[in-house]
Design a protein around this ligand. Structure first.
Ligand code: SF4
Length: 98
């Protein structure tokens, strides 16, 4: 799903911990390929905003969002011990470095 571009969406995307990762990792459908993105989620200050914006279930999303892996909008059961929900940042604006 394409997230509409706006100044606000551009700001949270800039703060994403996965910002430097290639698309084939962020939008991977399998855990093995998605692992670097899943690990990035653990230190991501905009994890909640990511999942709210992507709305994986509603958008039939494939890839990593909010610390979880999605395939066709459904959660993928993960095996890695690195898997956990990321720290929830309720105020993403405060987490973004200007
Ligand atoms: S929660 Fe994960 S997938 Fe979403 S922006 Fe942060 S690092 Fe990227």
């Amino acid at each position: 799903m394409a997230v509409p571009d706006s100044p606000a969406s551009a700001r949270w995307r800039t703060a994403a911990a996965c910002a430097g990762l290639p698309p084939e990792i962020v939008f991977a459908r399998r855990e093995k390929e998605a692992r670097p993105a899943l690990e990035a989620c653990h230190r991501c200050p905009v994890a909640r905003r990511c999942e709210e914006s992507v709305a994986p279930a509603e958008s039939y999303f494939d890839g990593v969002s909010g610390g979880r892996l999605w395939r066709n909008g459904r959660l993928v059961r993960l095996r890695g011990d690195y898997v956990a929900r990321p720290i929830d940042t309720s105020d993403f604006d405060a987490a973004i470095v200007a």
